[in-house]
Design a protein around this ligand. Structure first.
Ligand SMILES: [Ca+2]
Length: 111
């Protein structure tokens, strides 16, 4: 079970991932974050670095969708997100995945 603090942190993370603000996470949100991150670190769109980064975001998204999209509608809602992390956090590998994702997102958003 997620405790109150974990639920709050994960909900904040969900809002960050939901770049479009439509209360579900989709590939479009990942693409928005990808462009934002690339712009911030000076990676040109359509460069080799950009394409590599995009591949990585796409793998991350596929993994999230595979693990969390219980409704199989191609998006991840807040409840799906919280259930996924509740499961993930209870295994050492899953904890790693969750923590790595947070760390990467914090780096991506750092000024
Ligand atoms: Ca969204």
């Amino acid at each position: 079970m997620l405790n109150g603090l974990q639920t709050r942190n994960l909900t904040t993370m969900f809002r960050i991932f939901d770049a479009s603000g439509n209360n579900v996470i989709s590939w479009a949100d990942y693409e928005t974050l990808l462009h934002r991150f690339a712009d911030r670190v000076g990676i040109e769109p359509d460069s080799a670095d950009f394409n590599e980064l995009r591949e990585r975001y796409h793998r991350d998204w596929q993994e999230l969708r595979h693990e969390a999209d219980a409704g199989l509608d191609g998006t991840v809602g807040l409840n799906e997100w919280l259930r996924y992390h509740d499961r993930a956090i209870s295994t050492p590998e899953g904890y790693d995945i969750a923590v790595t994702a947070v760390a990467e997102m914090m780096i991506a958003l750092a000024d």
